[in-house]
Design a binder for this molecule. Structure first.
Ligand code: NAD
Length: 466
């Protein structure tokens, strides 16, 4: 078993000096050269590679994640992102020529420079602790920012491994601050040029208020009550398989997982049967015994989920067992029919799968919009026309047709929320842009002054007529 360092909070009194150091490194222009950024991304790649065993062990201890899932979702994603970003920095950082510039203005060589925003604070969530922290950091490095990373204290093993990995980079430019609310509050009291936050909507509001006081640009990656909609024309076997996967990965602790499935009444029995079949296929000896099924991160989240299920007026049709001592919650399907049910009106962020029978697609869309009209994701299963209707009558950060959150795993698609599920985006080029200022530049040649004469006082009617 890999040896993990111990989690310790960063002393609150040390935080201002740490932030000042990272800021002064930015002001020394050290991160401006592209070679420096590429070198840091390469270091990050190798730090991940060298610490693969520790990353796997940390995810196992914090979330009971299987090593395959950790490799797929955390390690390989971040390593690929380092390589892809390092290869693309020269292209992204290149000046851009704006289109549709009048001939007279073209003489001033208008262009858009890609300047780093400055010093960034990145606050991570616990559920995908490496990807959700290192993903934004990769964008910050690529853009030429310096950064402090504040991982979630709810995944303490991952947090210490993250610190070990980031320590392989230039320590004057990138570092980790460990802690919970007091440390994050102190961090938020420092001066930042960008704040990138991933987590709950409630805390997102606190962060946004803080950022507003200093007009600091902000990306918010939040959660939502993501609907899945299944019509009577959908492929029910496929819908069950894909949605069950989306809700059992990381034991449902995925911001993009569907929260409630609105399904045509006619196909409910077939859908429940397919969910049962698929569960047996995924976990032949039961989820509890399977090395592929995770655990709830801590007691607080376990009790929250238990309470959601206990207070639901729905009927459990699959699963329902829990074990507090092991933080285990079985994938649990509940048939509900009340929009105010605890499983519908709250984000579960766990392996609870409410299904809500509806009369037709119009009703499904109406209820889904009433529950949350700006979720992070929408998942549509039906024929082409129906899926198009779902897209054109709902809003969400992103959407996957015929799948659960596939769009979130395409590296170059911008990923982010809308309204209450967040603002701004990252992944691929969007990660670079999230930490970049588009600076408009012109260069006025000396010889052109005769043409510009008209702008200088003293003004006269004669000039107006020129
Ligand atoms: P959380 O909001 O409890 O914690 C996230 C971070 O905020 C942590 O680093 C934590 O230390 C910090 N924090 C907590 N309370 C704070 C406070 N009062 N002041 C300042 N900082 C504070 O979120 P979580 O429990 O880690 O994650 C679950 C939520 O995050 C869900 O709603 C989920 O949908 C969302 N999420 C969104 C994404 C996304 O990419 N959009 C990804 C993962 C999780």
């Amino acid at each position: 078993m890999a040896e993990l360092p111990t989690f310790e909070h960063t002393p609150v009194d040390d935080i201002p000096a740490i932030a000042a150091r990272v800021r002064s490194s930015f002001l020394s222009h050290k991160t401006r050269p592209l070679e420096f950024r590429i070198q840091q991304l390469r270091k990050l790649y190798w730090a991940l590679k060298d610490n693969e065993a520790l990353v796997t062990e940390a995810c196992k201890r914090d979330l009971g994640k299987s090593s395959f899932e950790t490799y797929l979702v955390e390690i390989s994603w971040c390593m690929n992102d380092c390589v892809w970003m390092a290869n693309n920095i020269p292209r992204f950082a290149k000046d851009e020529k704006p289109a549709d510039i009048a001939l007279s203005n073209q003489l001033m060589g208008p262009r858009i420079r890609k300047d780093p925003l400055g010093t960034a604070l990145i606050i991570g969530a616990y559920n995908v602790p490496f990807r959700l922290s290192l993903g934004p950091l990769i964008g910050a490095i690529a853009a030429g920012c310096t950064a402090i990373l504040k991982p979630s204290e709810s995944a303490p093993h991952a947090a210490v491994v993250l610190a070990k990995i980031v320590a392989e980079l230039d320590p004057s430019c990138y570092t980790v601050v460990q802690g919970a609310i007091p440390e994050t509050t102190t961090l938020l009291d420092q001066k930042w040029d960008k704040i990138f936050y991933t987590g709950s909507e409630t805390v997102g509001v606190i962060i946004a208020k803080k950022a507003a006081q200093t007009l600091t640009p902000l990306t918010l990656e939040l959660g939502g009550k993501n609907p899945a909609i299944i019509t009577r024309n959908a492929n029910i076997t496929l819908a069950a398989r894909r949605l069950l996967w989306a809700k059992t990965l990381n034991a449902g602790q995925i911001c993009l997982s569907q929260n409630c499935t609105f399904i045509d009444r006619e196909v409910v029995p077939a859908f429940i049967q397919e969910l049962k079949n698929t569960l047996n296929e995924f976990y032949p000896g039961g989820a509890r015994q399977s090395p592929d099924y995770g655990r709830i991160v801590n007691q607080k989240q376990f009790q929250r989920l238990k309470q959601m299920l206990d207070t639901s007026s729905g009927k459990i049709v699959v699963g329902g067992t829990m074990d507090e001592s092991d933080l285990f919650i079985e994938p649990t399907v509940v048939e509900v029919n009340d929009i105010n049910d605890s499983l519908v009106s709250n984000e579960s962020f766990g392996p609870l799968l409410p299904i809500f029978p509806v009369t037709d697609l119009d009703e499904a869309i109406k209820i889904a919009n009433e529950v949350d009209d700006t979720p992070l994701g929408t998942y549509a299963f039906g024929n082409k026309k129906e899926m198009e209707q779902i897209l054109s009558q709902t809003r969400s950060g992103g959407a996957s047709l015929n799948d659960g959150f596939f769009h979130g795993s395409v590296p170059n698609l911008p990923f982010g929320g809308i309204g209450s599920s967040g603002q701004g985006a990252y992944h691929g080029k969007a990660s670079f842009e999230a930490f970049t200022h588009r600076r408009s530049i012109t260069t006025t040649p000396a010889w052109i002054d005769r043409m510009l004469d008209v702008r200088y006082p003293p003004y006269s009617l004669k000039k107006k007529q020129k």
